[in-house]
Design a protein around this ligand. Structure first.
Ligand code: HEM
Length: 511
């Protein structure tokens, strides 16, 4: 039994605690309302779609078809419009090349209202870092993407693709359509593990597959969190079932990255292995991280190391998975372009059976098709910034420091003022003459400016090798009853997968 005086002080304590929570809650609310007022006032000169006082535009953007909804808003409100994720977070959503240039040619920081949601998962790696530390890490990691490092990856891409294509050969025998997205994802993770993390054996282990599934979950949950204002507060989110699912998936992802780091550290203990690595002319990404020292000779902390590995592990496979899958969908949709890419690949290959580094520069038609599929299906459909100083756009309207910007890459790439007949798949938009006539910020699948994608060249090489090999082995066609439904989940996915019909082609078949 609780003595009387103790129960009295417990109830007093409870009262004080509730009072404190109420006062803190009150101050937080005032802070949020003031911020909302400031953000809204800054966007006064930008008309936009009607906003719900509580949900903002989230009711519309949570729905299937939200990407095309934004394209229709973009028609109505040229250049930019306010976009509210709930009552307190309001972005200026931009989709016009000069507007994009005004912000993305400078190095403004990422919008913490969005990117902080990543912290529990990928920590402060290159994607989220800011300031001098970002600069230091970017400088450190750039040599990991030097073209001498990338050259030998051509055969790694081919080997991982072969494993996937053999699997598809089995599936194609059943003469049914199947979803290619997951297999492409496993292949992209396999190549990344081999190229940047030096994984030796072929094929994914059980741990890698769990990691792959965890990432699918994490991107889904992150997008849901962004679009549900009630989940924006950390404290509330971690108490919800979604928040707990997110933490469990983070654990799976971290177990995977920890294992990768542990294995490489153990290998470095081995004299022979260390010699082998030191004798390599170019170090891979993990070598660079483990060998990094600052001016005072201090190594990267374990936390920094893990954040970079987590960042690259995610950014390096999920984006290319989306790119390759939507490209194959485009090829199925447009058989004439598919056949032209195949003929080009056959011609380049001649009587050889493997692509080499020099071949990649010759894949001109395939490259134009890849870019056209990036235009219509950008693997990263939206990126966010917070202005560190005021900006004035070409039309004279301006925004003060602190304003939030969302670059809607998907809507930019379908902006009819820049792209005539934007829905038409026309690879010739990317012929050198047409590119030279276009605004340099009209096409931004890898973003642009100082915070552009560090893995751009790696990704383009992988896209070329993998897709050329796919087209040489199979003819791709659609399942009209199961067309993909685009949804943004940090990357562009399909709600119902990407179901294609694959017809094996004989060896050396140009059809
Ligand atoms: C088709 C494939 C890819 C696409 C479309 C893509 C797109 C992008 C975009 C749009 C950004 C800017 C993100 C933002 O501002 O929030 C970005 C950043 C980044 N990407 Fe990629 N990416 C791809 C592949 C890769 C690969 C293969 C890697 C690594 C191996 C990679 C690593 C990164 C990193 C680390 C950043 C952050 C860079 C920084 O802020 O300094 N990406 N990517």
């Amino acid at each position: 039994m609780v003595p009387g005086f103790l129960s009295l002080s417990l109830s007093r304590l409870g009262l004080w605690a509730s009072g404190l929570v109420l006062v803190l809650g009150f101050f937080k609310l005032i802070h949020l309302l003031l911020r909302k007022q400031k953000l809204a006032r800054a966007m006064d000169s930008f008309p936009g779609p009607p906003t719900h006082w509580l949900f903002g535009h989230t009711l519309e953007i949570q729905q299937t078809g939200s990407l095309d909804k934004v394209v229709s808003w973009a028609h109505q409100y040229p250049c930019a419009h306010p976009l509210w994720f709930g009552p307190f977070i309001g972005f200026l959503n931009i989709y016009e090349p000069d507007f994009a240039k005004a912000v993305y040619s400078r190095g403004d920081p990422k919008a913490s209202d969005v990117y902080d949601f990543f912290l529990q998962w990928i920590g402060k790696g290159l994607l989220v870092l800011e300031g001098p530390k970002w600069f230091q890490h970017r400088k450190l990691l750039t040599p990991g993407f030097h073209y001498d490092v990338l050259k030998p990856y051509v055969s790694v891409f081919a080997e991982s693709t072969r494993i996937m294509l053999d699997k598809w050969e089995e599936k194609a025998r059943e003469d049914k359509c199947f979803d290619i997205f997951c297999d492409v994802g496993q292949m992209a993770l396999d190549t990344l593990m081999k190229c940047t993390f030096g994984k030796g054996d072929s094929g994914l282990g059980h741990r890698d597959s769990s990691y792959y599934l965890a990432v699918s979950n994490l991107t889904l949950l992150m997008q849901q969190r962004l679009e549900s204002f009630q989940y924006h507060n950390d404290f509330i989110y971690w108490l919800t079932p979604h928040g707990r699912r997110f933490l469990r998936a983070c654990q799976v992802a971290h177990d995977h990255t920890d294992q990768v780091i542990r294995e490489r550290k153990a290998a470095l203990q081995d004299e022979k292995e260390r010699e082998k690595i030191q004798n390599r002319r170019h170090l891979d990404f993990l070598d660079i991280l483990l060998g990094a020292r600052d001016e005072d000779g201090i190594k990267l902390s374990d936390m920094d190391l893990r954040s970079e590995v987590d960042t690259f592990m995610f950014e390096g496979h999920d984006t290319t998975t989306s790119g390759i899958s939507w490209f194959l969908y485009c090829m199925a949709l447009y058989p004439e372009h598919q056949q032209r890419c195949r003929e080009e690949a056959l011609e380049i290959l001649g009587d050889r059976d493997a692509f080499q580094w020099d071949d990649l520069g010759k894949m001109t038609y395939l490259t134009m098709c890849i870019k056209e599929s990036f235009r219509l299906y950008p693997p990263v459909p939206q990126v966010y910034r917070q202005l560190s100083k005021p900006v004035t756009f070409v039309d004279g309207r301006s925004l003060p420091a602190g304003s939030l910007i969302s670059l809607h890459i998907y809507a930019l790439h379908r902006n009819s003022a820049v792209w005539p007949d934007p829905e038409v798949f026309d690879p010739l938009r990317f012929s050198p003459e047409n590119v030279s006539r276009r605004h340099p910020f009209a096409f931004m699948p890898f973003s642009a400016g100082p915070r552009n994608c560090i893995g751009q060249q790696f990704a383009m090489n992988e896209m070329k090798v993998v897709t050329a090999l796919c087209l040489l082995r199979f003819e791709f066609s659609l399942d009209p009853s199961r067309l993909p439904i685009k949804i943004p989940q940090l990357i562009l996915r399909s709600k119902n997968g990407i179901h294609l019909h694959l017809k094996p082609l004989g060896p050396g078949s140009g059809k």
